[in-house]
Design a protein around this ligand. Structure first.
Ligand SMILES: [Zn+2]
Length: 251
């Protein structure tokens, strides 16, 4: 299994794309699709028309907006350039079907895309994509949003992605004994937010879950001024990496 970070920042950030991750198992899967991550996807050399599954944690623009550009491109490719692509399955939390039905009914041409698109809402139950096991888990973020973290298992390895999350038991369970955890490190420990983890809590989750390697991601611009690796390291003695765009990690 291979993870490539497409975006390690947030919605508006001078040097980082927003949330997005490419996971290669027996399938090519995207986790979130925030602004500027599509440009980074092109830089990986992966054929974007072979992506079969996009998993969303939730739908604020910083996790979602490049989907619109991606899908418009896929329509042009299949409609006017005689391109072929496999069916696309979009998976996400509660509200996924309503959101995409509304979008597709409104955005010009989206309903008439000449390839199959499935929308699937998931909660806390494992499912398979080929030989890849995906375990979504509801995490606590903001009060009115259903937000998911994902655990992906393939070839005897496991990775976890927090989505956007506060510290919660469910996140610790999601990350239990994974080889690699990518956690929402929006803020430094000294500037905590009520709805995101801070660097110290990322370390705490990694320690409690027995994570192999911790990747700090989803950095807000202000967070660049602090040593988040050191802050996370106060709680977690394992390997800690501050994520950056296009960083690739093999599991
Ligand atoms: Zn976010």
């Amino acid at each position: 299994m291979r993870l490539t970070i497409l975006g390690s920042g947030t919605n508006v950030h001078p040097t980082r794309a927003a949330s997005g991750y490419l996971v290669r198992t027996d399938h090519t899967i995207l986790l979130d699709f925030g602004p500027r991550t599509l440009t980074n996807l092109l830089k990986t050399g992966v054929n974007r028309h072979r992506i079969t599954h996009i998993l969303f944690s939730h739908y604020p623009a910083d996790h979602f907006s490049d989907f619109i550009t991606y899908f418009f491109d896929a329509m042009i490719f299949t409609k006017y350039q005689r391109g072929k692509r496999p069916p696309l399955t979009v998976i996400g939390p509660r509200g996924t079907k309503r959101l995409f039905r509304t979008l597709f009914a409104t955005l010009p041409g989206f309903m008439r895309a000449p390839f199959v698109v499935h929308f699937k809402e998931v909660a806390d139950r494992a499912f398979a994509i080929g030989n890849t096991t995906v375990i979504p888990r509801t995490v606590t973020h903001t009060q009115n949003l259903h937000c998911l973290g994902y655990r992906i298992e393939y070839g005897g390895k496991a990775l976890a992605y927090s989505g956007d999350s506060q510290y919660c038991d469910s996140l610790v369970r999601l990350c239990g004994d994974v080889d690699l955890a990518v956690l929402d490190c929006s803020f430094p420990a000294s500037r905590p937010s009520p709805v995101h983890l801070h660097a110290g809590q990322c370390g705490q989750v990694a320690r409690e879950a027995g994570v192999g390697q911790l990747v700090l991601s989803h950095l807000y611009p202000i967070t660049e001024r602090y040593n988040v690796r050191e802050q996370a390291g106060e709680a977690f003695g394992g390997k800690i990496v501050v994520g950056r765009d296009l960083m690739a990690i093999k599991l």
